[in-house]
Every structure is written in C-alpha cells, then in structure tokens.
Design a protein around this ligand. Structure first.
Ligand code: ATP
Ligand code: ZN
Length: 285
C-alpha cells in the first residue's frame, strides 16, 4: 500500500508540536533514537526528520509529499509548493529591530541602512514594495548580534516575545508579517496520496475545531431555557433534554475559551445549576 511521506523538523521549535499534532490525529510515531525516517504504526505514513530550511525543496521535488514548517520558511524559500492548512502553532512575526537608543522615524529610517537577516528574499520584497533602498546582509543565524558587532545597523528577524531583542540591546521598530506553522504539499500528488492527505486533513481539522472550545452541560428550570439558549448558540443550537425532575431541563452546548467566564457568570446569574465544563478533544463539523 502506498504511504504518504511527511517531512517534519528534526529538532527545533516545531519538532515536538508537529509530532503532537500527528498524535492528536491518531497517528503513532516512535522516534526514540532520532532516525532520519520512520514509519507510523497505524497509518500509511512515513515521517522524514529534516532541517526546516530543507523541507520546501524536498516537498517541491517530491522526496516528501507534504511537510510541516513555519510560513516564514515557505515564503523565503519560494519553492513551488502549496500551502494546505494553517496549523495554529509556531506563531511568531518577522520584524525589523534597531538599537534601543535610536529614535525610530518610520520606514524612512531604514533608507541606506545595512540590515542583517536570514530572510533576505522576504525583506528585499518588502522594501521593494515600499520603495526604499536598503543594504541586506544575509546571515545563517545569530542575526540578533549583528548590530552589536557592527555588522549591520538593524536586523530583520523572527520575534515572538521580544525578549531576545531586549537581551541584545534592540527594540522592535516594525512588525512586517505574521507567521505560523503550516502544512504544505507537493503539487502533483498521486490519487492514492491525495486520499491519504484528505484523511489526515480531516483529522487535523477535527482537532483544530476542538481547540479553544469547551463543552458545557448544565441544568436549569424550563422557564429560563430561552435565555440560556440565547447565551449558548452552540454548533447548530444547544441540545435540551428533559430531566426526571419535572420542570427542569439539561442543556448541552459548546462555548469558546475567549468568552468562557463571561458566559459562566451570566449562566449562574440566570439561575443555571450544576454547570459542568469538559474539554473537547475533537470536533467534526
Ligand atoms: P533547523 O535546525 O531545523 O534549521 P531553525 O534553527 O531554523 O531549525 P527553530 O529556531 O527551531 O529553527 O524555529 C523553527 C520555526 O519555529 C521558525 O522558522 C518559526 O516559524 C517558528 N518560531 C516560532 N517562534 C519562534 C521564535 N521565537 N524564534 C524562532 N522561531 C520561532
Ligand atoms: Zn532552519
């Protein structure tokens, strides 16, 4: 039987989360001794462990069929691959940063300046579009020290919390673009592999849909049910089940983490009782 080959980062910020995602999709991978590749136990899938920088090229060439990596690397490599699905982890932004004592005056500040980065293509494109002329110093890594050692006037790099910038005497001047981990794919997958990809995608979406949501069950006297239904729209609409205790019903629904506490407060105020909140593992819409 044909297997789908997925490339994930060998070791780095996305490695564990990529494996976790496969686990959430019911795909078991053991890679105790960090081999180059391994087979999943219960899904026709082969997992290749690679440097994230190489994943776009391998997927373009079909060495891997699909891959998980940051959008930043996908954009920078400009390979002929398709972005299939955003995965909701590995969130960061690509930002321009300057020495902290500098006064930032807007994009004109960068005119004629030397900017160190590992993302020369993204940066070049940005300044071309903005009509500013900058000198780009391409570095493989440790971009954050470039201003300190006098190699550049500014840097363009990945930022998540900003603590690395502060540690290196820098401040964020301009956030250019946001990035997260994505699933990419080869453009010419066989029918069999496309079907495997569809199966995987179905599971990824079910997992993603459950993220950031909770399942709520509560009991309430029938007269306040309409008010509760207004608060809890749920997926389609909440389920209402009569309780053995006459005049009471049980309501089941899904709520978002974002407005979780406000809704709970409101439910209590309305007179709901026995509110039970449970995590959602998967949600098939
Ligand atoms: P590799 O050895 O595979 O080339 P790397 O050093 O290029 O690894 P990591 O530092 O592990 O890469 O980061 C992998 C990806 O994680 C980044 O390309 C980016 O998409 C994402 N990421 C999220 N937050 C951060 C952050 N604070 N710093 C760096 N990368 C981050
Ligand atoms: Zn890398």
């Amino acid at each position: 039987m044909e297997k789908i080959k997925i490339a994930i980062q060998k070791s780095g910020r996305l490695s564990e989360k990529s494996l976790d995602l496969l686990t959430e999709c019911g795909i078991n991978v053991s890679n105790g001794n960090r081999k180059l590749k391994t087979d999943a136990h219960n899904f026709p899938m082969e997992i290749l462990f690679l440097r994230d920088d190489d994943i776009p090229q391998y997927v373009e060439q079909g060495v891997a069929d699909i891959g998980i990596l940051g959008q930043n690397e996908v954009w920078e490599k400009e390979k002929d691959v398709v972005e299939i699905e955003k995965l909701g982890f590995g969130n960061c932004r690509l930002s321009l940063a300057i020495p902290k004592d500098e006064i930032y005056t807007g994009l004109d500040y960068f005119n004629g300046k030397r900017i160190a980065t590992s993302y020369p293509k993204i940066l070049k494109k940005f300044f071309r579009e903005k009509g500013r002329d900058v000198k780009i110093e391409e570095l493989g890594g440790s971009v954050e020290i470039a201003t300190g050692i006098g190699l550049a006037d500014a840097i363009f790099d990945i930022v998540s919390t900003g603590s690395t910038l502060i540690m290196n005497g820098l401040k964020e001047a301009e956030a250019i673009i946001k990035s997260q981990a994505v699933l990419i794919g080869n453009k010419n997958l066989s029918t069999a592999k496309t079907e495997l990809l569809e199966r995987l995608l179905f599971r990824i979406k079910a997992y993603k849909n459950g993220q950031g949501k909770k399942y709520v069950l509560l009991n309430a006297p029938n007269e306040i049910i309409p008010d509760i239904v207004r608060l809890l729209p749920g997926m389609r609409s909440p389920s209402i089940l009569p309780l053995a205790d006459k005049g009471w019903s049980s309501v089941h629904s899904v709520i978002h983490d974002d407005d979780f506490w406000e809704i709970i407060d409101e439910l209590k105020r309305l007179g709901a009782e026995g509110i039970l909140v449970v995590p959602i593992e998967k949600m098939i819409l």
